[in-house]
Write a protein that binds this ligand. Sequence first.
Ligand code: NAP
Ligand code: MG
Length: 502
Amino acid sequence: MALTVLPHRDELGIGDGRLFIDGEWVEGSGPEPWEHTHPATNESVASFLPARPADVDRAVKAARRRFDDGSWASWKARDRKKLLQRIAELIADNGEELDRIQTLDNGMPLSFASIYQVSHQIAADIFDYHAGWVDRLAGETLPTYTGGDAMYLTLREPVGVVGAVIPWNAPLMLFAQKVAPALAAGCTVVLKPSEYASFVVIRLTELLEEAGVPAGVFNLVLGTGPETGEALITHPGVDKLTFTGSRAVGKRILQAAAEGIKRVSLELGGKSPNIVFPDVDLDSTAASLMGMVSMGLSGQGCVCHTRALVHASIYDEMIDKCAAMAAMCVLGDPFDPATTSGPLINARQLERVTGYIAKGSEEGARLVVGGDRPGGDLAAGNFVNPTLFADVDNDMTIAREEIFGPVLAVIPFSDEDEAIRIANDTDYGLGASVQTSDVKRALRVAKAVRSGTFGINGYTVMPNAPFGGYKTSGLGREGGREGIDPFLETKTVVVALGDSLF
Ligand code: NAP
Ligand code: MG
């Protein structure tokens, strides 16, 4: 039987999508419905009418009213904390369903949804973690610096209305990384997901409603193409923009922020290096090098380490082992537990990735395995076989640009200095790793490489650890204390204790 995901849609009860504005589920007023097609089969799954600028305006005004009337910002810490904990519980209780809807949206293999950083579990934990900040968002009292007798206090206050825009590749985690700190800080939110992952965000919104988030505090606008997003990022009623996505759209968000002097946080792409020294277990290292770009979402992750920098003494052996690892990937039905690797999100991405593969060969890299597409049942989907390029020079296009597909570029190096130089020779700086059993070398390299996160013999993302990019990989951090600060303003209050301050 030909591959189909429609029984999963029916079992999950996915119907047409709606917007959530001021506590009401409403249809978008866009003229044409967006038909969501599943990336493994290109079958139509469900549709929604996108939000037009007038819908976005109503959502922002609802968030504005709710923020300005003070009724949300003044919630007592204990109540706000309980609300965030309740959201965490509901996400955990409905976790299996959320993972399945995420798979229906973006084709992430269900086997991979158990990987912590893309699962419902991290989304629940991010809300739970931020619940813990609610009663700790304290200011300071400062000593009198000079002049008369006075006391200085700083107050931490919510930044206001947040406009959040997220991509399709890890909607559960990214929704939580934006919404949890915003709610913990006392902000109100209007969020626009990608049209390629709207249905799991709709389900999350239902859970926020069920948890008791007051009307107007969280609003969802669905859209396709720039009209909806533009209406949100340029809206004068929005105080802060928070964005995860591509560098090109990130630049546009920064321009919109400049125009309105809005606060802004950006999580953009990467071209992360993984530096491999000879003193490691080669089999498990090859599995993680190749696995990171070919399993799960097939390289469609911002911190996938797509440049493997391998010491010359183990180079040939490592190439053979990575090729063997590529052969172990199972492409197929994302709902089948045996499937390790999913499709690319859409036809445009398929064209982009195959274009980069052609460019790699044209520019002289050696295609070791992959580069082609599976046939049979999978021909109708957007699949590309795991692809390995050897003899890559760091100046080649496949070593410089984010491909967002299952492509590993392996670059040889001869000593630590050269490895660091190549690792840093990029516009990006999101993630990086080193594989070595020499602890001094590991820490030297960790200090020398310019990236927002760094893995030593392993890499992951956690709610309590800041995540973000150096250089063009972004602005600001999500997670940890640094992840909540951008949702707060600091107000200094001067209290004169005597007759005069001067
Ligand atoms: P994208 O094309 O940048 O889209 C991201 C979001 O921006 C979507 O919701 C998109 O919706 C919206 N958008 C597009 N143009 C807009 C505009 N002018 N104004 C406002 N919103 C606009 O990225 P993507 O293809 O979904 O995701 C892939 C990219 O995300 C990769 O570059 C990846 O590295 C990056 N990423 C980064 C992280 C991180 O944490 N650093 C995590 C995941 C992904 P519409 O298409 O409906 O307009
Ligand atoms: Mg789009």
